[in-house]
Design a protein around this ligand. Structure first.
Ligand code: RB5
Length: 185
């Protein structure tokens, strides 16, 4: 899909518009966050941490640590970001895997699990991730806060990465029939 087509398909995807960052809009970055029961204990402290840093945070649940299904909350954050109601999303489950998989299936979303600060940086610089998935069971709160800070403050590098990100997004296009079989052989 050409760049202009991508922008037409995802008018709310600020990450696709080079330079259209919230600071330039004169607003705080809006962050949507949700978890399942396994990510619940870290969600509250991360929300508090981000609000103290000045982010406009929307907590999409759950309200208690009772057992629940991570796809419900990955979906909520994915759709919230894809609709333009938030600039970025953070999802937390036990591993960060299932909730990221779900969010990534929402058209317009580039979600990936992240376990280190360096991966958070690269997920932004190279992949222009607009949602990250954190592990509430295997990564400490301190590290996850550093991961989220890096995710929210690192810009997409563009350049050679831009065409690759466009190729990620063509997977959302129902008219895209796949890379030709002979490609790369
Ligand atoms: C819940 O037990 C666990 O499966 C979930 O939090 C997550 O790790 C799934 O990917």
């Amino acid at each position: 899909m050409a760049g202009s087509d991508l922008l037409a398909r995802y008018p709310h995807d600020k990450a696709l518009h080079a330079g259209a960052c919230p600071e330039e809009r004169g607003t705080h970055m809006r962050v949507a966050i949700a978890s399942d029961h396994a990510g619940f204990d870290q969600k509250g402290p991360i929300v508090k941490h981000l609000r103290e840093e000045g982010y406009d945070v929307v907590d999409l649940g759950p309200r208690s640590g009772e057992r629940c299904d991570y796809p419900d909350f990955g979906d909520k954050v994915g759709r919230y970001v894809a609709s333009g109601k938030a600039d970025r999303g953070v999802v937390i489950c036990g591993t960060g895997l299932g909730i990221s998989m779900t969010a990534d299936k929402v058209p317009g979303i580039r979600a990936t699990p992240v376990q280190t600060v360096q991966f958070a940086q690269l997920a932004r610089e190279h992949n222009n991730a607009n949602v990250i998935g954190l592990s509430g069971r295997f990564v400490s709160l301190d590290t996850n806060e550093q991961i989220v800070d890096t995710f929210l403050t690192t810009e997409f590098a563009g350049g050679r990465h831009a065409a690759r990100v466009e190729k990620i997004m063509r997977e959302d296009d129902p008219s895209f029939t796949g890379v030709p079989e002979e490609f790369g052989l």
